[in-house]
Design a binder for this molecule. Structure first.
Ligand code: MG
Length: 322
């Protein structure tokens, strides 16, 4: 039994911004979204480095290496920022889902279940959702100031959704040599649909509306496009990237004569795609200068200062985006 993704992907600059700092990649075995941040052209460079390094480093395509590839992306962003002063301080989120070998593929094969699992990694506040049996569930945890305050009971979920500081992330790639990566696995379910997205979607479109679109539009490309249209219809204040990932668990023809000692995935993912905007949007002119809406990273004290209480014992710098 093999596991494959069919992905509909759209990345859009949105209604207000000049540049799309999101990047994504989509293949039959790996999907990722990265939401860059940083002045000048740092944001789009950081997100592009993240997806390029992820796909290049995800070999062998194991769970351990999926996490390793995220750490490699972090190191690459830091290395490139160190030699390019105009990119100093760039960073990005990265959220990805990949097909990985099951822990015991021989046993899985014998049991007639899928020989692969889904591996998920996340740093920052891009999100992975799952729609199954009509219910939408956020699978990743946001690494954001408001999420930590919700967990501490200091904000309600509803307050967090509209909080003016909801764009402050508490983890990102490019910030420090060591990065904490959330990583977990899921058993693949036939007919499960996943959504990878940047915050430009969920800050504009409520979960209920996201669920309705995902549940009513079968074609993943059309569903991804409809989500972007909904976000732009509600303001489109940020870049919007949506990847609708349909999972097929199928008895592949190759399974009947497969080398049962080798469960590795034999398809290398294609190169990543970095979007400068969907629907005919031209690529941005990277030489056009500093963007006014891309702030440099803020220290914890600056980010939390004055208007609100700081959460307990912050351990990292926070980044204010946009
Ligand atoms: Mg964003």
């Amino acid at each position: 039994m093999s596991v494959r993704f069919t992905i509909g992907a759209v990345s859009d600059v949105g209604m207000l911004r000049d540049v799309n700092q999101d990047s994504y990649l989509a293949s039959g075995v790996l999907a990722a979204v990265a939401d860059g941040m940083g002045g000048h052209r740092g944001g789009e460079v950081a997100s592009q480095i993240a997806v390029e390094t992820l796909v290049a480093s995800f070999t062998p395509p194991t769970f351990e290496q999926l996490t390793g590839a995220v750490k490699a992306a972090n190191a690459e962003i830091i290395a490139q920022a160190a030699v390019a002063p105009e990119l100093h301080g760039m960073g990005t989120t990265l959220c990805a889902i990949a097909v990985i070998p099951a822990t015991n593929p021989d046993a899985a094969r014998a049991a007639g279940v899928a020989e692969h699992l889904l591996g998920i990694v996340n740093v920052g506040d891009s999100r992975l959702y799952r729609l199954y049996d009509g219910a939408l569930e956020q699978l990743t945890e946001d690494h954001s100031l408001v999420e930590s305050m919700v967990r501490q009971g200091r904000l309600t979920r509803e307050e967090a959704d509209v909080h003016p500081q909801r764009n402050i992330v508490t983890r990102a790639l490019g910030v420090a040599d060591l990065v904490d990566v959330d990583a977990f696995t899921l058993a693949p379910q036939a007919n499960a649909r996943f959504l990878l997205c940047s915050d430009g979607l969920f800050n504009e479109v409520a979960d209920e509306a996201i669920a309705t679109i995902l549940g009513s539009i079968a074609d993943p490309d059309e569903a991804a496009q409809a989500l972007v249209v909904a976000a732009n219809g509600n303001g489109g204040r940020d870049n919007i990237t949506t990847l609708v990932v349909d999972v097929a668990v199928e008895a592949a023809a190759a399974d009947t004569n497969a080398d049962i000692t080798d469960p590795t995935i034999d398809e290398a993912p294609p190169p990543p795609v970095t979007m400068g905007g969907a629907a005919g949007e031209p690529l941005p002119d990277f030489g056009s200068g500093t963007r006014g809406d891309a702030a440099a990273p803020a220290s914890a004290a600056e980010s939390a200062g004055g208007a609100m209480d700081a959460p307990d014992a912050p351990k990292r710098r926070w980044w204010r985006r946009s």
